[in-house]
Ligand binder design. Structure first.
Ligand code: NI
Length: 172
């Protein structure tokens, strides 16, 4: 396992569309392990492969809930959304920037897990938000392009740590 370098805001790769994974081979499995480690190291709740420079439709989400393993979603597609609400969001590729935007309240997503098993998940709240955020990455879209004007907040590293800590507490 290894920590991979996170591509940041002006990196052109973030605007590129990721490709469907045809075979979940050892290379993909290693990528996923590295992505989980890289997200944890940076206190991120999610990370898409493109953010570590790999244009494959793979991402992980971890809300750091006790007893729950990180979710690995391959070739994920949102099949249904319900409602909308205003949320606050950040991204490991835009360190120290947070802003508000509109996301669906509830989503249904289909995907392959790390063993290639087809899964269907209905979820809401932060999990739904994180999945929408990561799927945007797969499509070459970054959150900063869809924020509500005037809501961008640029904070210090220390503030960022506190914010992430608060968010985890909110999740219980
Ligand atoms: Ni992101």
């Amino acid at each position: 396992m290894a920590i991979r370098m996170i591509r940041e805001e002006n990196d052109e790769i973030l605007k590129k569309k990721s490709r469907v994974v045809e075979v979940i081979d050892d290379k993909i499995k290693e990528l996923v392990k590295d992505m989980i480690e890289t997200a944890h190291k940076n206190n991120g709740v999610g990370l898409a492969a493109v953010q570590v420079g790999v244009l494959k439709r793979v991402f992980i989400v971890d809300l750091y809930e006790e007893g729950k393993e990180p979710l690995v979603l391959i070739n994920a597609e949102i099949t249904q959304t319900k409602g909308e609400h205003e949320v606050e969001e950040g991204c490991l590729s835009f360190p120290n920037q947070f802003a508000k935007l509109i996301r669906p309240k509830e989503i249904t997503v289909t995907y392959l897990d790390i063993n290639g098993k087809r899964e269907k998940l209905k979820c809401k709240g932060l999990l739904a938000q994180a999945i929408c955020h990561e799927i945007d990455h797969l499509n070459g879209e970054v959150f900063i392009d869809k924020i509500i004007p005037g809501t961008l907040e640029v904070i210090t590293e220390k503030d960022r740590e506190n914010k992430l800590e608060d968010r985890r507490k909110q999740q219980g």
